[in-house]
Design a protein around this ligand. Structure first.
Ligand code: CO
Length: 291
């Protein structure tokens, strides 16, 4: 990897780590969900960096892809398990990192995903496989009496690309991609008291552009103008700034212009924790950019 690219990954990572930590400290019983999300997102742009995706704040059985919507009136409650997943990029070089804040009595659940992440990081080196990482994650989480979420995975990163090979499973699989020096990816174990499998909810706040083909409806064209420059990186409905544009989103999904990311949830009443870091594989291990 060229030095200037490594520097951008590192700078994005250091900034993401700091903002995630400060953001986590803001989360309290009684906090406004919308204010939390908007203030943490604003810190990224205030620092001259950009968001790789809308800040995800997913509560309790919701594992991923929730963020604030228009006029979101939710207030954080006693007992909530809040996952904060932040993506920062500099010139497209992405740092993806997540942590969980416990407003109840769930420290063992948080330990499970945290220790799984640390064990997976210790396993990263050239020649190890993605399956080796999944096995370590599964063992750490199940050893603490929880389930790993089997259909959520870590993912490779590249310039302006949020999801590519290698896929890093959260359970043991045979083989998987053989890790090589210079690979960049996020490892993100999820531990749950539920089924270990997420399903899509109807709620959808986050979208990304997947095709450049021309769009006929005016509201659709306005949306594409507003997200110009994001390339394929996700954006939120809230970022569009005009509530009436919401109506065009389903049309753009049907025409294959946008992809939608529904909220992903384990069974009702379950609790999910998540921890995530971005790593770059070195000759004998890895650099964690998001510490
Ligand atoms: Co990620």
């Amino acid at each position: 990897m060229k030095d200037d690219i490594l520097e951008k990954y590192r700078t994005a990572g250091t900034l993401a780590a700091r903002i995630l930590k400060e953001g986590a400290q803001q989360i309290r019983v009684g906090s406004s969900y919308l204010e939390l999300v908007e203030s943490i997102e604003a810190r990224v742009t205030d620092e001259g960096a950009a968001l790789a995706f809308p800040l995800n704040l997913s509560l309790n059985e919701d594992a991923a892809h929730d963020t604030a919507s228009w006029g979101d009136e939710r207030i954080l409650q006693k007992g909530d398990v809040a996952k904060l997943d932040l993506g920062v990029h500099i010139d497209g070089y992405i740092a993806d990192t997540a942590t969980t804040v416990d407003l109840g009595n769930n420290s063992l659940l948080l330990d499970a995903s945290h220790e799984a992440l640390e064990a997976a990081i210790r396993t990263v080196k050239p020649g190890a496989t993605a399956g080796d990482l999944g096995a370590v994650v599964q063992k750490e989480i199940e050893g603490r009496g929880y389930r790993p979420i089997s259909n959520l995975t870590g993912h490779g990163l590249a310039q302006y690309v949020l999801h590519q090979s290698p896929t890093i499973p959260n359970i043991a699989i045979n083989g998987g991609v053989v890790l090589e020096e210079g690979m960049v990816f996020a490892i993100e174990p999820f531990a749950t008291t539920g089924s270990g499998h997420v399903r899509e909810k109807a709620k959808m706040e986050i979208y990304s552009q997947i095709s450049e083909k021309p769009v006929r409806i005016p509201a659709g064209r306005t949306i594409l103008e507003k997200i110009q420059g994001r390339k394929s990186l996700p954006f939120s409905r809230r970022w569009l700034g005009e509530r009436k544009l919401d109506l065009a989103l389903p049309t753009l999904i049907r025409s294959g212009t946008l992809h939608g990311y529904p909220v992903l949830s384990d069974i009702a009443g379950s609790l999910v924790s998540q921890h995530e870091h971005t790593v770059i594989v070195t000759g004998d291990g890895c650099i964690v950019t998001t510490r």
